[in-house]
Design a binder for this molecule. Structure first.
Ligand code: MG
Ligand code: MG
Ligand code: MG
Length: 311
């Protein structure tokens, strides 16, 4: 038998990444292909809740992807891939982020769409393949959409996400507002974590014109849990920025109820952050009204600001 193909999402996996890997492996297995769902790291409490709720398997932990065949879901840049991806064969990508720096030697299927979640695109792929979406798969895909879009409230939400979420909720047999609230309360379970675990739990690394930038996000209904221990949180951020030689480490503490964020910053290159976000930091802190989406309201502006500073 030939080697399996692994479907894998980004590091610090979130619910959309894990549920998309599970759903896409399911779709491909329905066509009798040897496709295995995998993950690049530990599950967060929200995703654990989702897998328990829908009685789904935990994807296999892929420590080293070198020499494997990979389908990437929910990301497409090397700074976010599982270890060894530079030496793997990427055979397909399904994503909803900016186009990153992945290179392949052969032409591949690369499906990237500006929608609220990878799960939204996967629902379309089930339809295109004329495959029935089971209750379990509907529950997983719905979770991916609701998690990424903060129950359809994030500015990344499109009409397609809304339509697809309604349909998946029907199949799964849940009310998506009620189920979404359960998800959000899981997302907020950060109290037991150390400051370092907190700032790295939903964390992405970017290469902006040769500046290494880390951007973490804590989405919570109780921002005071994080901001109440700001000093130790900033210390943890300073440590990470120094260890990894980051130009800057930005942390968004997003208030899911007020729909805004408080930004904390560590590292030497704060100027491009202030310029990109049109804000001023006082004691490494700044308030960002209306900001909920790292992808849409932060990353493009920082990339532009760093590009104009030169490498
Ligand atoms: Mg994701
Ligand atoms: Mg996503
Ligand atoms: Mg997310």
């Amino acid at each position: 038998m030939s080697e399996p193909i692994y479907v894998v999402g980004h590091q610090q996996p979130d619910t959309d990444t894990i549920c998309s890997a599970l759903a896409y492996a399911r779709l491909r297995k329905n066509k009798s292909e040897d496709v295995v769902p995998a993950r690049a790291g530990a599950l967060n409490p929200e995703t654990q809740f989702v897998l328990d709720r829908w009685d789904a398997e935990v994807p296999l932990l892929l420590d080293d992807a070198a020499d494997e065949q990979l389908i990437l879901v929910d990301h497409n840049e090397y700074s976010q891939t599982v270890t060894g991806t530079e030496h793997a064969e990427i055979v397909e990508i399904i994503d909803h982020h900016r186009i990153g720096d992945i290179e392949t030697s052969e032409p591949i299927l690369f499906r990237n769409e500006p929608v609220g979640s990878t799960a939204t695109i996967l629902t379309q792929l089930f339809d295109d393949a004329n495959e029935t979406i089971t209750t379990q798969t509907a529950g997983l895909l719905l979770s991916g959409i609701l998690s990424d879009t903060v129950v359809l409230r994030s500015p990344t939400t499109t009409d397609r996400d809304r339509t697809v979420a309604g349909r998946l909720a029907d199949i799964a047999g849940v009310d998506y507002e009620t189920y979404g609230k359960d998800l959000l309360s899981q997302k907020s379970k950060i109290g037991e974590k150390s400051p370092r675990e907190m700032v790295l739990s939903d964390f992405k690394e970017f290469d902006f014109d040769a500046h290494q930038v880390g951007i973490g996000q804590i989405e919570t209904v109780e921002p005071s849990v994080v901001l109440g221990q700001q000093e130790t949180v900033l210390e943890a951020m300073d440590d990470v920025a120094t260890e990894r030689d980051y130009a800057v480490f930005l942390l968004l503490v997003t208030d899911l109820l007020e729909e805004d964020s408080t930004a904390l910053v560590a590292g030497p290159e704060i100027d491009p952050i202030e310029e990109g976000l049109d804000t001023t930091f006082t004691d490494q802190e700044s308030f960002l009204p209306g900001v909920m989406s790292r992808k849409k309201q932060v990353v493009p502006f920082l990339e532009e600001a760093f590009n104009s500073t030169g490498p």
